[in-house]
Design a protein around this ligand. Structure first.
Ligand code: NAP
Length: 259
């Protein structure tokens, strides 16, 4: 069995290792935007496909038995493209989406839909903000008037002058996060609902220091219209939350008579 694994996450790297170890042929795909990206084991291709049509064309040229979308919960475009292309070509699709974060009783979380909405809310919650949303969406915060620390893996281009940049790649420990919040006198934290343990320590640190958190809702996973199927017939998609469930899905598919 051969799968195309859309990656760029820790789960995708873990899944590539487990599937390769189980004898499944895996082609991992990375967008190629992050410098010094952690590369999964097995075959790797880098760069966009050229939209949904480009991905469909790729699948026709390099047939696989399934596509696994294990991209970041906020990488909405590639997920949309995977839905559209797999339906067009008739390739089964599995979406691996880690669950979002949930608040605890002592948390002071403010949910918003967009980076702009977060920026609008910010001045009512604090004066010194810590942005942990990555490079994308950063510009929305340029006009808040708050002193701002922004953490990203790679610097935005052009480099913003209205905030202090911290270049760092997770995972981050609770001690790291508490030190950052204290050393910079942060009184409001902004995050996306990425979920997962690698970047969750900041939420615990904020809770311990009684700092409010503005949290941006993740985009929904697309759903196919009821009763619809792609031109190639019985195309389905499934959504799972863990790497273990994804491995099981592939193992079931590899034993099914059609693969
Ligand atoms: P996006 O907005 O959904 O995708 C933009 C375009 O980048 C896509 O249309 C596609 O180009 C290309 N692309 C994205 N992921 C790809 C992949 N795995 N393989 C090949 N092409 C890919 O994605 P994004 O938010 O910019 O994220 C880019 C990558 O970084 C994703 O793979 C994601 O897993 C990872 N990542 C994202 C975040 C985040 O917060 N967004 C955080 C951590 C990691 P074409 O249309 O030309 O095919």
């Amino acid at each position: 069995m051969k799968v195309l694994l859309l990656g760029g996450t820790g789960e995708a790297r873990e899944l590539a290792g487990l599937l390769t170890g189980a004898g499944i042929e895996v082609v991992s795909s990375l967008a190629g935007r992050t410098s010094d990206a952690r590369v999964p084991v097995g075959e790797v291709r880098v760069g966009g496909f050229g939209g949904a049509g480009g991905l469909a064309g790729w699948l026709l040229g390099y047939p696989v038995d399934a596509v696994i979308d294990a991209t970041h919960p906020f990488a909405a475009k590639i997920t949309e493209n995977a839905f559209s292309a797999t339906r067009e070509v008739g390739t089964p699709l599995l979406v691996l989406r880690r669950p979002g974060w949930t608040s605890e009783p002592d948390d002071n979380w403010h949910w918003v839909d967009t980076a702009s909405a977060a920026a609008e809310l910010l001045p009512r919650l604090g004066t010194r903000a810590f942005l942990t949303i990555g490079r994308q969406g950063l510009d929305a915060f340029a006009g808040t008037g708050l002193w701002t620390l922004a953490r990203c893996v790679d610097p935005p281009e052009p480099r913003p002058t209205w905030c202090t940049l911290m270049l760092a790649r997770g995972p981050f420990t609770l001690a790291d996060e508490e030190t950052i919040l204290r050393d910079h006198d942060i009184d409001v934290l902004v995050t996306k609902d990425s979920g997962g343990p690698a970047t969750a320590a900041k939420l615990t640190a904020a809770r311990r220091l009684a700092i409010p958190v503005v949290i941006i809702h993740r985009p929904p996973v697309p759903t196919a219209p009821a009763g619809s199927a792609g031109p190639a017939g019985s195309v389905g998609h499934e959504v799972v939350e863990t790497v273990e469930e994804a491995v099981q899905w592939v193992m079931r598919a590899s034993h099914s008579p059609s693969t």
